[in-house]
Ligand binder design. Structure first.
Ligand SMILES: [Zn+2]
Length: 321
């Protein structure tokens, strides 16, 4: 994932900056930005009892294996625990993310670890679309969109977890290209004139009704998901991405070494160093996001639900045919 630190990640509502805190360069004070403040209400999604989502289908769609685990692993595992059938769609081949492997070794390691990561989260099946890592801005968006429309119709996906196509300051083209194609595909998959050959093959138009969008930078957060019941699965999934997280550990060690420093927690054997790093970085981040809402651990999203514009009118006026 190679993320920069989130800005304002600890603030309820995901607003930019934290009033009265020092900024990352240690110079001056940051202030809460007025951006996004109007009319944004944050809904806290608690753990549900039983299997209220039984019969529904979820897909986590992201370019890189660790996007799924780091950004939304707790929510994916929670929704599957609550009855969803889950699928994991990885759009890139993750060929760029290792420390000392060749490109071919990197592809195989991340493919293998992605399947284990998806298994830990409870996903039924993995689809690797295998576009070249870091080159997705050269991918035909119409092609990627069409592949996603096919999968939405084939799997009858009701709910998507993915990158926010409107998240700010995203520097990785794989993230924003995937996000834009996902958003368009969710909409077009419901069209009865888009890709008529799908219908000849037995598929039907299918609308995605719920979206959980996450971002690495500022976004309009309106949904905080309580992942206290699935934090251990999230952390296990992150540790399953051992090539990617191991790369983060080794790079940080190199950075510190160049400064004549080291962190004893990262100087152990690889599995222990990966676990320590994941706890310091990602368990801590989940705790920070939960704290303003009284939750032990949380993930945050821009959530888009089904169109309920006419729901009250329909409830009051609809009659049997
Ligand atoms: Zn990524």
């Amino acid at each position: 994932m190679k993320r920069r630190e989130f800005i304002g990640q600890s603030l309820a509502g995901g607003l930019v900056g934290t009033a009265g805190s020092q900024n990352s360069s240690g110079v001056g004070q940051t202030q809460k930005s007025p951006a996004f403040e109007e009319d944004v209400r944050v809904t806290v999604e608690p753990a549900a009892a039983g299997k209220p989502h039984r019969g529904k289908v979820l897909a986590s769609i992201a370019p890189h294996s660790d996007d799924h685990s780091i950004a939304a692993g707790g929510t994916i595992a929670k929704l599957i625990d609550e009855g969803y059938t889950g699928y994991l769609i990885r759009t890139s081949n993750d060929e760029m993310d290792s420390y000392d492997l060749t490109l071919g070794e990197t592809v195989l390691a991340n493919e293998t670890e992605n399947r284990e990561m998806a298994r830990i989260l409870g996903c039924k099946q993995v689809f690797d679309l295998n576009y070249r890592n870091h080159f997705m801005d050269d991918v035909s968006r119409v092609e990627l969109r069409a592949r996603l429309i096919f999968l939405i119709r084939l799997l009858k996906i009701d709910t998507i977890v993915s990158y926010d196509p409107w998240g700010h300051y995203e520097e990785n083209p794989d993230h924003y290209v995937t996000a834009q194609c996902v958003e368009a595909a969710c909409w077009m998959a419901a069209g009865h004139l888009d890709f008529p050959e799908h219908f000849a093959a037995g598929l039907k138009p299918h609308a995605v009704s719920e979206k959980y969008y996450y971002a690495r930078g500022p976004q309009q957060v309106n949904r905080v998901v309580d992942i206290s019941s699935t934090i251990d699965k999230k952390m296990a999934a992150i540790q399953a991405n051992k090539t990617m997280v191991g790369n983060m550990v080794r790079r940080l060690r190199d950075e510190l070494a160049a400064q004549g420093k080291k962190l004893p927690a990262l100087e152990t054997d690889a599995p222990a160093a990966i676990k320590n790093f994941a706890d310091l970085r990602f368990r801590e981040a989940a705790a920070r996001r939960g704290k303003p809402h009284g939750l032990e651990f949380a993930e945050q999203f821009h959530y888009i639900g089904p169109d309920m514009t006419l729901a009250a009118y329909i409830e009051k006026n609809a009659v049997a045919r």
